[in-house]
Design a protein around this ligand. Sequence first.
Ligand code: TRP
Length: 337
Amino acid sequence: MAEEKKRILTGIRPTGPLHLGHYVGALENWVRLQEQYECFFLIADYQALGDHLDEIDRIRSSVLEVTLDWLAVGLDPAKAVFEVQSYVPQHAELHMLLSMVLPLSWLQRNPTLKAEMDRLEEENQTLTLGFFNYPASQVADILLPKAHLVPVGVDQLPHIEMTREVVRRFNRLFEQDVFPEPDALIGRVPRLVGTDGQAKMSKSLNNCIYLGDDEAAVTEKVRRMYTDPTRLRATDPGHVEGNPVFMYHDAFNPNLDEVNDLKERYVLGKVGDVEVKTKLAAALNTFLAAIREKRAYYEARPNLVREALIAGTTHARTVAQATMAEVRDAMRINYLG
Ligand code: TRP
């Protein structure tokens, strides 16, 4: 008998198109993982509402946009489950029940949540109960398919740790091993710097190269990229370490000889930024060409995109229903049989 595959759940908030940071931090890993595991890829639209209630149109278009990006990089609805959070009502049900189990202090001490709440306050945004509660909703995301592994970015580690604590508490309180304790899985480049050299590529910082950007856009973004601020002329010795242009070369240029040659000449002051950037733009455009081609294919066939979400979500609902039956039994909320 074939051994049962371990389960993975991971998700993305549909708040805009995906960029190179998503690729090296998550997507390329997911593409590999879908071959080995039973993968659930979640579009977390409820979670996006937490701080985008005034941008529901953006969430709407991003659900399809993100799915297009997934298909373009090679995630395959025949191998993995694509699901939309708000179309699986058990997410809301389990989230509510878990909020009875989860001590408020666990959310209050969560460092990622704290930092995000500070940001909302700085931006004068209303902090809603829904936002404060989102790490608990994420616990429900992970536990519904009883995931063993959760591929995430480093900023999400406190949420995974909290998930493990909730699992231990739930299983102990109800004296059954309903849920496994999931492990986190970090990507190849845990956090890709932005084109402006800021620590993170992020839509709100306007420093992204998107998977859907065309050749001209990529070339222009690379041309304007931040490099070594201490270097004024091409003949000045430059710094490779911490230089975003070289970080991108390392992440995306498969031609190691070219990259090493550029680095050697850069520290000696024997190559200008223009050459380093021209070669980077070429490497990125080569890398993105295959993704663009697949994206165009699915863009022309929107029904395939919708069908991938509908089929995956239908399957996810069946799985979620089975888990909820177990949860209700464990909690003895099954009075009517
Ligand atoms: N919060 C995650 C992010 O910022 C997205 C997400 C939602 C998620 N639900 C999840 C990640 C469940 C892992 C597991 O991208």
